[in-house]
Design a protein around this ligand. Structure first.
Ligand SMILES: [Zn+2]
Length: 158
């Protein structure tokens, strides 16, 4: 079984392949050249970061580095929701966090449908909030799915 370092290495390799693919797509599309330098640098960094995060995500169902990373994020998010008095959202987040520790290891978080479903807010939220640019979340969703896929592949071959 691969540790978190194996999963980070796998996600990095997959992310580089994904960036190469996007870079090719952008090179065909002249519109990309109008982005500022910071956008051109920050955008790939965000995509790699997402791929790495989702490369660790599936092991959230077991005692792992991924679990401590995501529960730290849950904790910060829950604290933020409580401080800003968004109690309903805080309750749902708590329920999700509870369900995750009740899941059996290599259960649903290690399935192909979860790979497509779990990152879907990255696609849907921008779609709902920026309707004039409905596909703005697509590269981010793609990066998350690529990272997720790397985890399933690394688990399969180790
Ligand atoms: Zn795993």
């Amino acid at each position: 079984m691969a540790g978190y370092k194996g999963h980070l290495a796998g996600a990095t390799a997959f992310a580089i392949g994904y960036l190469a693919l996007l870079a090719y797509a952008f090179s065909v599309d002249a519109a990309y050249r109008q982005f500022t330098f910071m956008e051109q640098v920050g955008y790939p960094l965000a995509l790699v970061g997402l791929a790495l995060l989702f490369g660790l995500w599936p092991d959230v169902d077991t005692d792992s580095k991924g679990q401590s990373v995501f529960y730290s994020i849950f904790f910060a998010a829950d604290l933020f929701l409580i401080v800003t008095e968004q109690f309903r959202s805080a309750a749902y987040l708590g329920l999700v966090a509870l369900l995750l520790v009740l899941s059996r290891h290599r259960g649903w978080t290690h399935t192909w449908w979860a790979m497509l479903l779990v990152p879907s807010p990255l696609l849907l939220l921008p779609y709902l909030h920026v309707p004039e640019r409905p596909l703005v979340g697509l590269p981010f969703y793609g990066a998350a799915v690529v990272g997720y896929l790397s985890h399933l592949v690394v688990d399969r071959i180790t």
